[in-house]
Structures are given as structure tokens and as C-alpha cells.
Design a protein around this ligand. Structure first.
Ligand code: ZN
Length: 315
């Protein structure tokens, strides 16, 4: 049963930020993503949960944040998903280098496994990349400051920094990933699944990488796309790998199983359904604060407890 399971790729990636307004300005104005959901951390309603994605909130395009205004900076390192990569059209590299440099964001441009890559950091120091690919899916780019033909088309990859990669590699292979590339000198192995976006996981084992510690500028978890009828089988597969998956948790826009993997990285298996437009129309996604039903009767108190969040463009 479990040997037929496979995920096409990333559903969303969630990271920790500090200032919510700065986070919003960077992901919407600089990177041109759309705020598709403004909610609160369901486990800590004094903290926002902000979701940025393509125009439709398509699974495989959404980068989400818990911005803790008083967060200490984390350290990017082993036991974490370290770098998050987005895919751009292959003729958009010059555009993006100019765009980032014109905003005083330092970039590093190089080639990896035949793809042009632009590496940079978000305001909290989270390592990001734009990877230029001829197979970037057309998708539904947001109407925003970035021209449609240059826009980010969703995720390309996540990088996992692991001290002892073997158990995680076995898990990735059971999830449907196949080894495709290997750069031994960099300690980097590439695994690919079958989706049109977010289908790459790079496993990096580099003795010079420090141990990661959580905080602003680090990834909290990586979620993979699954279907509802597979959740029980995913839980079984995770147990077969010696892991302890959570129950299926209803996150309103998707249903999820969470598991801490052998190397320390938190994985989530999130359904494509029902999606971000289940509780607000697609045209006005992200415009109002959406709360879990169980906390609606505390809306006023929750709104008062949230930090200031400026949604006004500064350009
Ligand atoms: Zn998640």
C-alpha cells in the first residue's frame, strides 16, 4: 500500500520572521508575491500567520511566515531546511539581479547543475534563491509590481542541511524522490519528484555547516502536497521509517500530518484541498484577518493583541 505513495513536490514552506510589516513589504513589493491569507498562528494567536503565493494561492507557490516582533535571529544550519528556492523564467535573470541590486539587496549569481541561480537573503537573513528554468510553469502570476513574464512561478526546491543524511534520503525515496545529480565536492545530492513546481530537494552534508538554531530568518517546516485519501497511508509510511507522525490536523485551507524527521527537519504532508479560497473569495484573498472558527468569538481581543502590520506599499 505505502509503496504506491508519492508527493509531486512542495505544498508550502513556513519560516520565522521578525517585523511583519517589513516581511510583507519584502515578499509583496520586492518579490511580487500576493498576500493570499492573513491569519494568526493557530498555536499562538498573538502572532500573525502570513501567506504569500501566486494570484490563485496554488499549492506549490505559498511561502508563509510566523512574524514574531521580538524574535531573536536564528542560525541557519544543520537540522534545518536552509535555503528556499523559487523558479523564474530562464530569460528573467538580468531583470531580477537589477531589481534586487537596485534595492540594495546583495546577490550572488552562479550556475548549479546547469541552471542559473541568484542567491540573496530576506530582511531576516533567510537564504533565498531564484532559479532560472526553461520549464518554469506559466501559472497565475500576481498582478503586482513585477511584470507577469518575469514573475516568480512558485517553488523550485528546498535545501536540507543534514549531519547524517541517510535516514532522510531513504524517507525522500519512499516519498517518490529519485536521485538525479551529485556534486561530491560540495556535499550536495539532488532528488527530484514529478510535479511541475517545487519538485526538487537538495540534501547537503557539509562538515563546515554549523548546527542550526531556530529563530527569525530560519525555516520552521516544509510541507509536501498530498491528497486526502492518502493521509492514513502517509502516517503508516512515516511510522515504518521509525518516525512519530501527528494525527491529521485540520488547518482550514488544508489538512496536515506533521512529523519531525531523523535529521531534525519538521516535515508536513498537506492536502491540496480545500485551498485558500475556501473562506474568502479569490478576488479579495488576504484582505481581511481570517481566524480559526474556534477563536472567532475572541476576534476583538485577538486583533488588539496583534502587532502593527502595514499593508501599504511604500513605492
Ligand atoms: Zn505548514
Amino acid at each position: 500500500m505505502t509503496d504506491t505513495l508519492h508527493t509531486p513536490g512542495i505544498h508550502h514552506v513556513t519560516a520565522i520572521a521578525s517585523d511583519p510589516s517589513e516581511n510583507h513589504a519584502f515578499y509583496t513589493e520586492t518579490l511580487g508575491l500576493r498576500l493570499v491569507k492573513r491569519s494568526v498562528n493557530q498555536d499562538d494567536v498573538g502572532v500573525y500567520h502570513l501567506f504569500y503565493a501566486d494570484d490563485a494561492g496554488t499549492p506549490g507557490t505559498s511561502m508563509t511566515f510566523f512574524p514574531y516582533t521580538d524574535a531573536r535571529s536564528g542560525r541557519v544550519g544543520t537540522g534545518q531546511a536552509t535555503t528556499v528556492s523559487f523558479v523564474i523564467p530562464d530569460d528573467a535573470v538580468d531583470y531580477w539581479v537589477d531589481r534586487l541590486e537596485s534595492r540594495a539587496i546583495g546577490t550572488n549569481r552562479f550556475e548549479r547543475f546547469g541552471d542559473e541561480v541568484i542567491a540573496f537573503e530576506d530582511p531576516d537573513g533567510l537564504p533565498l534563491e531564484l532559479v532560472a528554468r526553461a520549464d518554469a510553469p506559466a501559472g497565475e502570476p500576481p498582478a503586482g509590481p513585477v511584470p507577469e513574464e518575469r514573475a516568480i512561478r512558485g517553488f523550485f526546491a528546498v535545501e536540507l542541511a543534514l549531519v547524517d543524511p541517510d535516514p532522510t534520503v531513504r524517507l525522500l525515496e519512499a516519498m517518490g524522490y529519485e536521485a538525479t545529480e551529485d556534486d561530491e565536492s560540495a556535499g550536495r545530492r539532488r532528488f527530484e519528484s514529478t510535479g511541475d513546481r517545487g519538485f526538487v530537494v537538495d540534501v547537503v552534508t557539509d562538515p563546515s555547516t554549523p548546527q542550526g538554531s531556530p529563530g527569525a530568518g530560519t525555516v520552521h517546516h516544509v510541507a509536501y502536497r498530498v491528497t486526502d485519501d492518502e493521509q492514513a497511508a502517509w502516517r503508516e509510511l512515516l511510522r515504518e521509517h521509525g518516525l512519530r507522525p501527528s494525527e491529521v490536523i485540520d488547518r482550514k485551507w488544508f489538512r496536515s500530518v506533521y512529523v519531525r524527521t531523523h535529521g531534525g527537519v519538521l516535515f508536513e504532508f498537506a492536502t491540496k484541498e480545500p485551498g485558500y479560497d475556501v473562506d474568502e473569495p479569490r478576488d479579495s484573498l488576504g484582505e481581511r484577518l481570517v481566524l480559526p472558527e474556534w477563536s472567532e468569538n475572541r476576534r476583538e481581543e485577538i486583533e488588539d493583541g496583534l502587532p502593527p502590520l502595514s499593508l501599504t506599499a511604500t513605492e
